[in-house]
Design a protein. Structure first.
Length: 162
């Protein structure tokens, strides 16, 4: 039986972009969270822990380690038909590839995240995904597509704020 406290050690409290190489405690918590999540025999817990750890490795520039954990998180979410987990994993992969200036795969994953968020009732995350796709479209030289995505993002954001 898994107790919530052991897994919560590795659960991200804030967006992982807020942690950096100076926040060693946050990164160590993510490292400790993965074995705890694996012992729980809970695929959702493992996917979350792997995504958090992958995001931390991406911030540290450990791109191969980041990729392993983020791809595994995505595979777990796909096996469970978890659209939200898939969207979050694609979003994290897009960020990790963008950090490497690998714009084409970053755009691919950002677009996949956008499609997943579009299937869910999460307008703020959809707006964020539209922004990412627009920005990465610019980096890929797709200016017309970027303009369309950014306009859609503005409309989406306006509809969520009121």
């Amino acid at each position: 039986m898994c107790h919530g406290r052991s897994f919560s050690l590795g659960t991200p409290v804030v967006d992982c972009r807020a942690c950096d190489s100076r926040n060693v405690a946050g990164i160590l918590a993510r490292v400790a969270g993965l074995p705890a999540a694996e012992r729980c025999d809970d695929p959702d817990a493992e996917a979350i822990a792997r995504r958090a750890l992958g995001e931390a490795y991406a911030l540290l520039g450990e791109h191969s380690r980041a990729g392993v954990h983020l791809q595994r998180s995505l595979a777990i979410a796909e096996a469970a038909a978890d659209l939200n987990g898939q969207a979050q994993s694609h979003r994290s992969l897009a960020y990790a590839y963008a950090e490497q200036e690998a714009d084409a795969p970053a755009l691919h994953h950002a677009t996949r995240a956008l499609h997943r968020y579009g299937s869910l009732d999460q307008p703020a995350r959809r707006a964020d995904a539209l922004n990412s796709v627009g920005w990465l479209s610019i980096h890929n030289g797709q200016l017309s597509a970027a303009r369309r995505r950014c306009r859609r993002r503005w409309r989406c954001a306006a509809s969520t704020t009121g």
